[in-house]
Design a protein around this ligand. Structure first.
Ligand code: ITT
Length: 191
């Protein structure tokens, strides 16, 4: 089985990549598992930060690396937390959920979007970036135990449950990460 280095220290992401890569006969190993250092995410966009992480892991390991920069953009917060989603939730996701729900309620504006930029960095320094998004609404209250991050407060369009209630079987078909990954997989398979 081939292995690919995933430039992440987030176990929730790694789990999703393992599922997405399995049908391609590829195993995921993470920068976290290899003890590689985390770079500073100084980019101004998801794509810029994904590229920083992919190149950093590729240079530290000498191998091809795939990075994911992602986040939740909340309409009532003018697109925040966006690229700062990890920091916005860090340490206390339940408090972050309440801040987001309160903002949506105050503005009576519930729309939100998950965005994922994937960047594949090759050992020669070339990179390719793929963007996926999934649109939906903020749930009136957190619900569900699956997934990670903001999954308990995001209801994708076409469903009436949060990602954390729907679980991996649904999320891995329609998520921002799955959509970006489908573009990458199509390119790798020469479609
Ligand atoms: P790495 O940089 O090590 O990959 P990170 O979690 O810091 O891990 P990001 O900077 O890309 O990665 O931040 C992504 C954050 O966005 C993540 O920590 C969650 O809070 C949120 N997020 C992204 N995708 C998500 C998903 O599918 N479900 C729930 N929350 C998600």
């Amino acid at each position: 089985m081939k292995r690919i280095l995933i430039a992440t220290h987030n176990p929730g992401k790694l789990k999703e990549f393992a599922v997405l890569l399995a049908p391609l006969g590829v195993e995921a190993i993470s920068a976290g598992q290899l003890g590689l250092p985390e770079p500073e995410e100084t980019g101004a966009s998801f794509a810029a930060n994904a590229r920083i992480k992919a190149l950093h892991a590729m240079r530290a390991s000498g191998q091809m690396a795939l990075a994911d920069d992602s986040g939740l953009c909340v309409a009532a917060l003018n697109g925040a937390p966006g690229i700062l989603s990890s920091r916005y939730g860090a340490g206390d996701y339940p408090a972050a959920f309440q801040r987001i729900i309160a903002a949506a309620q105050a503005a009576n504006e519930w729309r939100a979007r998950f965005v994922c930029a994937l960047c594949l960095a090759h050992p020669d320094g070339t990179t390719a970036t793929y963007i996926g998004q999934s649109d939906g609404v903020i749930a009136p209250a957190p619900s569900g135990g699956a997934g990670f991050g903001y999954d308990p407060i995001f209801i994708p369009f076409g469903h009436d449950k949060t990602y954390a209630e729907l679980g991996a079987a649904v999320k891995d078909q329609i998520s921002h990460r799955a959509r970006a990954f489908a573009q990458l997989a199509a390119r790798l398979q020469g479609k």
